[in-house]
Design a binder for this molecule. Structure first.
Ligand SMILES: *Cc1c(COP(=O)(O)O)cnc(C)c1O
Length: 809
């Protein structure tokens, strides 16, 4: 086979400009003189995209020839971030594009502002998926990401009277220039209906409702290599001829499109919640929709070069990103047994080898379960299959623990007692060859608590793979100034794909001229942030003040409330003129709360109230400012992180699985104030205890406090400053204080004094500017481990057993 190479191969600014004008002319039917802003933006995007297509075609051809083992990454969420900045960098056309645009009198920042971030995820889990796809491509791992092309992504956040209001994110309103539609690769997905016997264990499912899954894909280029993988996103559509012409003719416009609407609703909206189980049938439909489309596509791709099912597990790895895609285990069994006619045992052996499962939580309320009655109604055959999987599994357990009924109840995929429910995490562990947590502490706790029985049964199945972040996205694109300085010092850009090389910066920490430049860059980044903050909130912040950042989803366990309590304490200290221990600070908040999560929204409202209190006080505001930047997303993260001096990672120990903003911030030279939770533990191990502000209870102490009977009120009675703080808060929100004094589920008051004292240590350290800068440089230099490239290497070695496949050229 031969492949025509792209006509868009020139790399000079002249080539780029010519292609841009050509795209304007032929794709948008206009010229530079009459083009709208959208015309120009779309043409620019196509010009950049074209430069990746050639690489993609070569990648696909090489994959076809080599017939390698593929990683199929299944995730209900992806937070990809803007594509324009990424694809300019990854196609190596940043410079020529810049100069071409300048030559044409176009502003690249105006055009970048039109690039819409696909917000197809809630937070850390979705961003991890994006960082892993990026790292797989950058390391030449043959991989495809599968997800849902939601019409509406994560809501846009605004504030009204300090409270969160949610607006729909119609991200494709002007079209998405980055995606390719492939309407002829449609799949059909069934729901409801009944099951008919065939022979033996083999049955036939006759769905009562059928919808189509229509794929489109976006390119996932590797950095510094030729590989371009794809992410395939599925949109639900009604079968053809679903439009009821006669009803429309009779004026029944709503009824005429009823079936279309019902089908398309499946991929209409991302569920804006990543932590608690939503008992919504539509969500389960989404999961089954994703899983079915992905599996059929995987089998289609397998059959391009293979025919024997015994080769399937050698060619296919399916990584399940949390439990949302776990129904794939039952669906693959259904396909193999019912449709392909394989023996149950053979099908099970294949299935088990193919899947691997990543668990992202320890919170029991976040472990997904579905009512058996619902699954039975929506997916009758899958429910039968799950029962049979469970039956055979429990026989295995009974053989291992004879007479131990408690063990059977503990491990069963079906939760008994009250309404029967399917435990998706149990199905995932039983049906996978590998299970991993996302940080050392998390993996240890997972095996010791949440999934303990399974870890005892199959110790070899449990792994740790500590999360990582893309250094391209979160250092190079986010922080071009710092990247320039690092490249200058290290003599090139190799560190961007070999992040351990950052250690070579260590000697620079003792070079005062280098420190000066490091500080200057932080200052310039803070100025950028100040400009954005002023425009977004009307609050002017001092670019010289310590930039103290807490950016993450609002959740009680993450303890934004603890952060707010410290701000109120500082407020009182400054008012009382105790400025001896106060350094000027800007407190930056960013993060959304799930729309139905009232406790988190209340804390958010309090944060906004306290921000007003602080910012409007003439005595306090010269020392302390607080800005809550609305609509936190990947683009906002790229703006905030480079400006940060202090990274707030203050969750209650044992609650945060890993965290990744802690990694992004450390890599950009922020010092961490944090508890021994998630990946904080590993960050501290690497940067050194002297370069990390540790406070608070560890997991053992948390257990001990609870064991003794936690009495939050005692802390209030003992600590006069805390009393003053809570009395002030009660003035604005009495319920929050009542809850803290009587329940305080996340031990905020138990950690309060240690936290505030540790913040005083931060202030003292900040006054020693040379010492602070030294520590900042060491944080960056020693955080190379937290590259998602390393994460992918760990997956390849311990779980996937794949090797890179270089694409020539
Ligand atoms: C990195 C990232 C997160 C995860 O933040 P954590 O502090 O680890 O919870 C969430 N949202 C966005 C937009 C991110 O970039």
């Amino acid at each position: 086979m031969t492949y025509v190479t792209s006509p868009h191969s020139g790399d000079t600014p002249g080539d780029f400009g010519r292609d841009l004008l050509s795209n304007l002319y032929y794709q948008r039917g206009t010229t530079l003189e009459s083009a709208s802003a959208q015309d120009t933006y779309h043409s620019l995007a196509l010009t950049v995209r074209n430069r990746l297509v050639d690489r993609y075609i070569r990648t696909a051809a090489a994959h076809y020839r080599a017939n390698p083992r593929f990683i199929y990454y299944l995730s209900a969420e992806y937070m990809l971030g803007k594509q324009l900045d990424q694809n300019l960098l990854y196609s190596g056309t940043e410079d020529s594009a810049h100069r071409a645009l300048e030559g044409l009198g176009l502003s690249s920042s105006d055009l970048d502002a039109l690039d819409v971030e696909p917000g197809l995820g809630n937070g850390g889990l979705g961003r991890l998926a994006a960082c892993l796809l990026d790292a797989m491509a950058s390391q030449d791992i043959p991989a495809v990401g599968y997800g849902i092309r939601y019409d509406f992504g994560i809501f846009k956040q605004a504030f009204q009277d300090g409270g969160q209001v949610e607006r729909p994110d119609d991200w494709t309103f002007y079209g998405n220039p980055w995606e390719f539609h492939a309407s002829d690769d449609q799949q059909t997905v069934g729901f409801y209906g009944h099951v008919e016997p065939l022979d033996g264990v083999r049955k036939s499912w006759v769905p009562g409702e059928v919808v189509l899954g229509e794929p489109s894909h976006m390119l996932v280029p590797g950095y510094g290599t030729s590989t371009v993988n794809i992410i395939r996103l599925w949109r639900a559509r009604a079968a053809r001829e679903s439009f009821d012409l006669s009803r429309f003719g009779a004026g029944q416009y709503g009824e005429a499109v009823e079936e279309i609407v019902r089908s398309e609703n499946i991929s209409k909206v991302l569920y804006p919640d990543d932590s608690t189980e939503l008992g919504r049938e539509l969500r389960l439909k989404q999961q089954h929709f994703l899983v079915t489309c992905a599996l059929r596509d995987i089998v289609r791709r397998f059959r391009l070069r293979n025919s024997d099912w015994d080769d399937f597990a050698g060619k296919v790895v399916i990584q399940l990103n949390d439990t949302h895609p776990v129904m794939a285990i039952a669906e693959l069994m259904r396909m193999l047994v019912d449709e392909e006619g394989l023996e149950w045992d053979r099908a099970w052996s294949i299935t088990r080898r193919v899947f691997a499962y990543t668990c992202h939580t320890l919170l029991p309320e976040a472990l997904e379960t579905w009512p058996v009655a619902l699954v039975q109604r929506l997916l009758p055959r899958h429910m039968e299959i799950i029962f049979l999987i469970n039956h055979l599994f429990l026989q295995e357990v009974a053989a291992r623990y004879p007479g131990d009924d408690a063990k059977l109840r503990e491990l069963s995929i079906i939760q008994e007692g009250g309404e029967q429910r399917v435990r998706m995490a149990h199905l995932a562990v039983v049906g996978s060859s590998a299970v991993n947590g996302v940080a050392e502490l998390h993996s240890r706790l997972l095996a010791a608590t949440t999934l303990r029985g399974f870890a005892e049964l199959w110790p070899g199945r449990f792994h740790n793979v500590t999360n990582g972040v893309s250094p391209r996205r979160f250092v190079r694109l986010a922080n071009p100034r710092l990247s320039g300085l690092i490249s200058e010092r290290l003599g090139g850009q190799a560190w961007l794909t070999d992040l351990d090389r950052l250690v070579e910066l260590e000697p620079a920490a003792d070079d005062s001229a280098f420190r000066e430049r490091w500080r200057e860059i932080k200052r310039l980044n803070r100025e950028d942030l100040a400009r954005h903050a002023l425009a977004a909130t009307g609050v002017a912040i001092d670019p010289d003040a310590l930039c103290d950042v807490m950016i993450k989803r609002f959740h009680e366990y993450k303890r934004q409330l603890l952060r707010v309590l410290h701000v109120v304490a500082q407020y009182h200290r400054i008012r009382r003129d105790q400025v001896v221990d106060v350094v000027p600070r800007t407190i930056v908040f960013g993060g959304k709360a799930a729309p139905g999560y009232y406790a988190a929204k209340r804390i958010m409202r309090l944060a906004n109230t306290v921000a007003d209190l602080v910012n409007e006080d003439p005595v306090v505001s010269p020392y302390l400012k607080m800005v809550f930047l609305p609509d936190y997303n990947v683009s906002r993260a790229q703006l905030i992180i480079p400006a940060a001096d202090l990274s707030e990672q203050i969750s209650l120990a044992g609650k945060e699985a890993s965290g990744t903003s802690n990694m992004k911030l450390a890599l950009n030279g922020a010092l961490t104030i944090g508890t021994l939770d998630g990946a904080n533990v590993e960050i501290r191990d690497r940067v050194g205890a002297d370069n990390f502000f540790l406070f608070g209870l560890d997991t053992t102490e948390v257990a001990a406090v609870r064991e003794r009977g936690y009495d939050p009120r005692a802390y209030y009675d003992r600590d006069a400053e805390l009393r003053e703080v809570l009395d002030t808060v009660a003035h604005y929100d009495k319920d929050i204080v009542d809850d803290l004094l009587h329940r305080d589920e996340y031990l905020t008051l138990a950690d309060y004094r240690a936290y505030v004292d540790c913040q005083d240590q931060v202030a003292r350290a900040w006054r020693d500017r040379e010492g602070w800068t030294r520590t900042s440089i060491l944080n960056t230099a020693r955080s190379g481990f937290f590259s998602s490239d390393r994460t992918v290497r760990d997956y390849c070695r311990d779980i996937w057993h794949v090797t890179p496949l270089r694409i020539d050229g």
